[in-house]
Design a protein around this ligand. Structure first.
Ligand SMILES: Cc1ncc(COP(=O)(O)O)c(C=O)c1O
Length: 443
């Protein structure tokens, strides 16, 4: 059995160049790093190919991050590469509208059940920021309701987390980090996730609420039974005259080609996209019903809101996204296969934990995953209070040392490039890593 100390020493020995980069980097580059969880230094990726990434020292890893969920076809897919190369021949940024936009707009319009209209931007964060603005403009109200455990991007309106001491049924929002204006806390209503008290809170605050906004599947705790709650939530919002939005930045083109809307049979007023939509290049989009989306048609429009951006709808992203969606649409078998692969992986890991009485569990919806290192069931993030952080870190260290990369965000994904060989290997590595952590007495 490999101990944690041995795994760490082995990793250090095979990643000297990454260590040097980490040292040099700290002198110049101050942005945060969503690195692997437990390493003396982060590893730096040099290139990716299919289901694999290669670090600065040439080590190969099965990548379960796939660019934080965006490479549905794996890294450097030839059709997307060709689309990018061919676009680059003719120039790639013009600012003003180009002939390249209608292709991706049409594909998104057809795929997103609520998409009577489409607006492009550049990131998921930008998309959710615009969705909030559109809802505020359209409704004339200012409060946005978000769910305990959410992530909707990095802008100030989304930088809230739950005060752990607040009641489960009425969570209280506290800012995530410094720099978030206190005044903004008046504009957010935090709701309990998959908890019927959320419906009471919506009814109570209906006259103040511009939008109730929820992830199609929360990446912090992917729940396969999310659909019933979503459908009831949509109904409560309709009954109370409050706009309902689904954040499909992760779930769009992942949990189904039509996203969470198609998978769970629910149609919101507005939805936001990013990640897979751009074929691996920066993208965001807002889709929605025509009356709401009309606010984007210019400041002169009724209740018009500002939108725009130098890079929005740029041709390079449009062509990469078009190649991605065209391929996914033509190959629905990808979703069938990923569904089976995801279930096989989760069943093998959860079965191993049960058989060996290991207090850990893998939550998943299709090809998106999140591991929790506690015995108690996790139905929402409020249940994740017994996480054994030492065991979690040790597990990821062992996995990395055996050539499996799980990002520090703990959100893991499979892509169409992950075949049966890679799934077998993931199962083997996760099981031996769990076994090693248990043998060392950390659970
Ligand atoms: C559900 C959700 N919304 C929004 C975002 C923000 O997207 P981006 O990182 O492109 O700004 C993310 C990012 O992970 C996300 O998971």
């Amino acid at each position: 059995m490999t101990t944690i100390a041995q795994a760490r020493a082995e990793l250090e020995a095979k990643t000297p160049r990454s260590r040097r980069i980490a040292q040099d980097r700290s002198e110049i580059l101050n942005s945060g790093l969503a690195a692997n969880l437990e390493m003396p230094h982060p590893i730096f990726i040099e290139r990716g190919e299919g289901a694999y990434v290669f670090d600065a020292d040439g080590n190969r890893y099965i990548d379960t991050s796939v660019g934080f969920g965006l490479h549905m076809l794996g890294h450097a897919h030839p059709e997307i590469r060709r689309a990018i190369q061919s676009r680059a021949e003719d120039g790639w940024m013009f600012g003003i509208h180009t002939t390249a936009q209608m292709g991706l707009a049409t594909l998104l319009h057809e795929a997103s059940p609520c998409a009577q209209r489409v607006v492009f931007c550049n990131t998921g964060s930008e998309a959710t920021m615009y969705a909030f603005r559109a809802a505020r403009g359209f409704s004339g109200r200012e409060k946005i309701a978000l769910f305990d455990g959410f992530y909707h991007g990095a802008h100030d309106y989304g930088m809230w987390r739950t005060d752990a001491s607040s009641p489960v049924d009425e969570p209280v929002a506290v800012p995530m980090g410094h720099g978030i204006p206190r005044a903004l806390s008046d504009l957010v209503l935090l709701l309990p996730y998959r908890n019927r008290h959320a419906f009471d809170l919506i009814r109570r605050h209906r006259d103040e609420l511009a939008l109730v906004f929820v992830e199609g599947v929360q990446s912090s705790n992917p729940q396969s039974e999310a659909g019933e709650f979503l459908r009831e939530l949509a109904q409560v919002c309709r009954d109370n005259g409050v706009l309902f939005g689904i954040d499909e930045v992760i779930t769009g083109f992942r949990v189904a080609y039509g996203g969470a809307q198609a998978r769970f049979d629910v149609v919101p007023d507005i939805a936001t996209y990013g990640k897979v939509l751009g074929g691996g290049l920066p993208v965001g989009a807002i889709t929605g019903k025509a009356d709401v989306m009309n606010v984007f048609t210019g400041l002169a429009a009724e209740r018009g809101v500002f939108s725009g951006g130098t890079f929005s709808g740029n041709p390079l992203t449009m062509e990469a996204g078009r190649a991605m969606l065209t391929h996914l649409r033509a190959h629905p078998d990808i979703y069938t296969r990923l569904e089976a692969a995801g279930a096989r992986l989760a069943n093998a890991v959860n079965g191993y934990c049960e058989a060996n009485q290991i207090p850990a569990q893998m939550k998943h919806v299709g090809s998106m995953f999140h591991m929790f290192f506690q015995r108690e069931p996790v139905n929402s993030m409020r249940d994740a209070v017994h996480v054994n952080v030492a065991a979690e870190k040790a597990f990821y260290l062992h996995a990395l040392n055996q050539g499996v990369l799980v990002p520090g965000t703990q959100r893991a994904f499979l892509s169409a490039a992950h075949g049966e060989t890679e799934i077998d290997r993931l199962i083997q590595v996760f099981q031996t890593s769990l076994g090693a952590v248990r043998e060392e007495g950390i659970f």
